[in-house]
Each structure stands twice: as structure tokens, then as C-alpha cells.
Ligand binder design. Sequence first.
Ligand code: SF4
Length: 323
Amino acid sequence: MESKPVEKRVLLAKPRGYCAGVDRAVVTVEKALEVYGDPVYVRKQIVHNKHVVETLESKGAVFVEENEEVPEGSVVVFSAHGVAPEVHDQAEERSLKAIDATCPLVTKVHQEARRFAKEDYDIVLIGHEGHEEVIGTSGEAPEHIQLVDGPDEVENIEVRDESKVVWLSQTTLSVDETMETVDRLKKRLPLLQSPPSDDICYATQNRQQVVKDIAADCELVIVVGSQNSSNSLRLVEVALQHGADSSYLVDYASEIEEAWLEGVTTVGVTSGASVPDNLVREVLDFLDERGYGTVEEFEPVVEKQTFQLPRELKLDMAAANVK
Ligand code: SF4
């Protein structure tokens, strides 16, 4: 008797893709273009996704690294990752009209940093060295903040008073690795205080949780996202740590290698918080053409979070009658 062919399938993670902070940042640039006309300058990548940046460029956004590249008096949007206070000062000095698209959940971490610095705490910031969000948060209180980039750096911490130390974190870290760093910190500093609420944001936590749930059933997990996207990179790590045989990060379906699919029955698919869903659809089409036509969406958590656009933009939208 002939054996039945094994059915190839896709386990599609949900929540995936755009979070409320990314959606707000992208819409901010789109609305700024409508209200002020092009060019609208954007300091740094508005969100860490190649496709999003290229699409906004085609609509008239000009991406720069620093305020000094923006002509005096122009409109500049600050990215979702947040900026240090000195960046606002520089914008004022150059008479720029600044629209701040910093995600409100990053702003919350900035506020915590300011508050604890005011109370003269030493602050241990867990995050990735050089990441824009970490640079922005550190800039709120540089003399109080020390960066710890993973559990192995805990030994380098030096504090003035062990009873007055708090840890904060970047919003897009691996939940598990961060808790490992915190455990190591607590062994060294038993009186270490925790942030008043989770700094790793809801979107990062939810996307990691779904990948944890599906990884063991998948031989391969494809994460759609860019190489400079912290939360997307973490999804690849989480997939590998939780049972997937292999996992890759791709910007586009065209980057998927045929060899990755050899002997694979179940492919997990997800995307980072800065990825529009049409890129995931293209991956599903690619897989469909190769026999993975059955798609099972797995949605253990329903996200309802939304954020208002920046106030300064909303006022100008109302004045210009832009909806
Ligand atoms: S990943 Fe989290 S912190 Fe970052 S923009 Fe999205 S909601 Fe905000």
C-alpha cells in the first residue's frame, strides 16, 4: 500500500508585524507630508524596516542621521526609538519644526530614567550598546545610567550605594535573556529595585510568546524583518531556543533559500513589530507555490492597543483640515 504524502503546512503567528508604536510613527510621517508638503525630514530610520523606509522615501520623506543635515526652519520627525533631550535642543537651535514620533512606551522608560535620576539612584539600563533607543534613554541622565548588554556584563557594574539602584530596560529585548541578566544583577546587588512596570513592551512580549508556542512544532521558522530590527532578531533567537530546527530573518520572500525547505513539513511564519503585513503575505505566497498551502493562524493573544498621533501634529492637521 502506498503511504499518504505528508501534508505540508504553515503555522502563522499572531500577533505579528506592526505594533501600535510603529503604526503611529509611520502615519506621523505620512500625515506630516500631507500637512507640510515634501520634503519632510526624518532623523534616523523612522522604524527599523527597509521596506517602510523606502516606501516613505518614495512619498517625499528624506532620511538623515542628524539634525545638522536638516535645512534651518524645516520639518523634522524624530523616530519611534526616541531621542536624547539634546536632540530636541539642537532642533530648537536650528529653528526646526520637530514632530516627535517616539513610541509612548519608550517615552515611559525615559520618564522612569528622569525620575530615578532625580531621586539620585544609580540606574542599570539593560539594552544593546549603540541601539538608538538606548542612546536616547541614556541621554536623559547620562551621569546616572550604566548600560549592561547581557548577563556577562553584570560584573562590570559599579554603584555608589547598593540600596539605591534600579534596573530599567530597552523595550525590545528578549524577555528570557533580560530576566537572566536581572537574576545575575540581583545576586550581585540584592537590594536592586525593579522598574514600576514592564519596560519590555506588550508587542515584544506577545510576539515572542507566540513564537515560543509554535516553535517546537516547526522544523523552520521564518521571521520577516530587517537585520537592524532588535525585536525581529530576538524572534529568531526565541524560535531556536524553543525547539525550531532552524530559523532565518528575511526582509523579502525572495531571500528565502530553497534549501531551507528541504525535508520541512511545518514552517512557522512571523514578523517583527516594524513589518507591514503585505511582506508576510508575499512569504505565504512563496510557500504556497512550494506546496505549503495549508495555513493555520495561531492567535493566543488579541492586541487592541492604539496610540494617538503626536499632539503637535494633530493641531496642525486640524488647522490644515487634514483627516
Ligand atoms: S516595539 Fe513596543 S516600544 Fe517599540 S514601537 Fe512598538 S510598541 Fe513601541
